[in-house]
Design a protein around this ligand. Structure first.
Ligand code: GDP
Length: 502
């Protein structure tokens, strides 16, 4: 039976060989257990919090193959006392030599001396259970460790500082206040009036729903920050798709994943552009030169439109626009026309429609060009694609950029456009951005539905006592984000995704 009172231990640093490796202990017996095995000038129990001691870690006599006490390694022991530690418990970190075998043996003796091997994420779980951090911050820890690009890292660090927690807590407080007010007014009508209350709660509901919607919108950004922006490069043969692909990949073409199980294996490659990660989808199709039909890519473009977050349409600006160019644009914009503006059903299902923006790349601008940005902007408009920045923007937006895959001119402009399109510009340190995940999104959608039910009740003119049930449902749903509403196994599920030793 696993107990939260156990003293736990784990290797906190990476697995392979390294100069130094850290073994971490946390729990009521951390200092006692490490102290039994530590030999140095000072005893660990005498050390003040946040002080370190040099010494040796031993296997006690009679516990190993050797009869006498055996020195395992030279170590620095850092003692941190509860409650001001990562886990809020007593913590000891032993810096040993970073070989897998050495650390394994250190772990072994710690377990023999009474510690238990930690579960993945158990240190962070204790920080959560100890009340030092909430679930959003715990998840941010995981995101900081997993961040593959600067933007994801910056956003995770912001979330770790409690930004999302504060926003959600503030929303909950407002909702709770209204619930309490209604209850009080029903109990004590002499002192609390419900006259004109429908107006007041109407304002609160509208504001809260707006804030929740903007958090939900951020969940898409969170996915793109974490996993990268799925980017499709389309264009007619010889427009310069492979050259653009190579320009984007630059030196960073190391990560290649192959997804099997599709009719043709799809090759995905990752590129970092202006601190943002792009996942270039179906790059195998671009590299294929033999299949002309495939290369024209109308079919491919259609498929790409369905799954991509961003479409890069490459046009050879040194040649007059061809029928193929126009056909491609038309096919991409086709489903724009059928896209309905957001409605209540949309709200329940999340973003629903795919409205991936199009960046039209007028390539080969190092040559004499015959196609201008103005021409293309006109064609975009004719196809019902709003220019990015238009206030009456239709669902899909586009922008035209001049670029040269050959010289690299325009790559910076492309990076800026991507930043603007997806993350409202460059992320500054003071700007709040959270990495929302599917769990957050679900809770936010539940909260939004509950608040919409309150709005319906208000509109229908039913009694105020009906409001409170749904207000409380919204309050509870939001509490799931921070962990204040307890759900069975929720914390366990979240912490299982952590790496060992964190
Ligand atoms: P794809 O068929 O769309 O993948 O096009 P490629 O990337 O294979 O490019 C077709 C031809 O155009 C090749 O000969 C490239 O060298 C050339 N090309 C691509 N981009 C540029 C550019 O920016 N400037 C110039 N001058 N040539 C380019």
């Amino acid at each position: 039976m696993i107990s939260e009172k156990d003293t736990i231990c784990a290797i906190a640093t990476g697995t392979g060989s390294a100069g130094i490796g850290i073994v971490r202990l946390s729990g009521p017996e951390a200092i006692g257990i490490a102290g039994k095995l530590f030999r140095g000038k000072r005893r660990l129990s005498e050390l003040k919090s946040y002080t370190a001691a040099y010494g040796h870690l031993v296997r006690p006599a009679g516990t190993g193959r050797e009869e006498n006490e055996e020195i395992l390694d030279e170590v620095i022991a850092l003692v941190m006392r509860a409650p001001h530690t990562y886990t809020t418990e007593d913590v000891v970190e032993l810096s040993c030599h970073g070989g897998p075998l050495v650390m394994r043996r250190v772990l072994d003796v710690l377990v023999c001396a009474g510690a238990r091997l930690a579960e993945p994420g158990e240190f962070t779980k204790r920080a959560y259970l100890g009340g030092r951090i909430d679930l959003t911050e715990a998840e941010a820890v995981m995101d900081v460790i997993a961040a593959e690009n600067e933007r994801a890292l910056t956003a995770s660090l912001q979330q770790l500082r409690g930004g999302l927690r504060d926003e959600v807590s503030d929303l909950r407080e407002k909702i709770l206040y209204e619930t309490a007010y209604i209850e009080s007014a029903l109990d004590d009508p002499e002192n609390y009036s419900l006259e004109d209350y429908a107006d007041r709660i109407g304002t609160v509901l509208a504001e809260s729903k707006k804030r929740i919607r903007s958090l939900i919108a951020g969940a898409e950004e969170g996915r793109m920050l974490r996993q990268g922006i799925r980017t499709a490069i389309v264009g007619r043969p010889n427009a310069g798709k492979s050259s653009i692909l190579n320009l984007l990949l630059g030196e960073e073409r190391a990560i290649v994943t192959e997804i099997a199980g599709t009719t043709r294996d799809i090759l995905e490659e990752k590129a970092i552009l202006g601190g943002v990660q792009l996942v270039l989808v179906d790059t195998a199709g671009i590299r294929e030169t033999s299949d002309t039909v495939e290369k024209i890519g109308v079919q491919r473009a259609k498929a790409a439109v369905e799954t991509a977050d961003l479409i890069l349409l490459v046009i050879d600006a040194a040649e007059p626009l061809s029928g193929e160019d126009k056909e491609l644009l038309r096919s991409i914009s086709e489903d724009t026309a059928s896209a309905e503006p957001g409605n209540a059903a949309d709200e329940k299902q999340g973003s629903g429609q795919n409205h991936a923006p199009i960046l039209v790349l007028l390539n080969k601008n190092d040559l004499d060009t015959v196609v201008s940005a103005k021409d293309l902007e006109q064609i975009l408009k004719e196809n019902g694609i709003g220019l990015f920045g238009d206030t009456d923007a239709s669902k899909r937006t586009g922008r035209v950029l001049e670029i040269s895959a050959a010289t690299g001119d325009g790559k910076d402009r492309l990076a800026e456009a991507v930043q603007e399109l997806f993350f409202s510009g460059k992320l500054t340190d003071s700007q709040e951005q959270y990495i929302l995940n599917a769990r957050h999104k679900e809770a936010l959608q539940d909260a939004l539905s509950a608040l919409s039910r309150v709005s319906d009740s208000v509109d229908a003119g039913v009694g105020e006592d009906f409001y409170t049930i749904d207000l409380l449902a919204a309050y509870e749903a939001l509490g799931r984000i921070t962990g204040e509403t307890l759900e069975d196994d929720l914390a366990d599920k979240i912490f299982k995704e952590f790496c060992m030793g964190k």
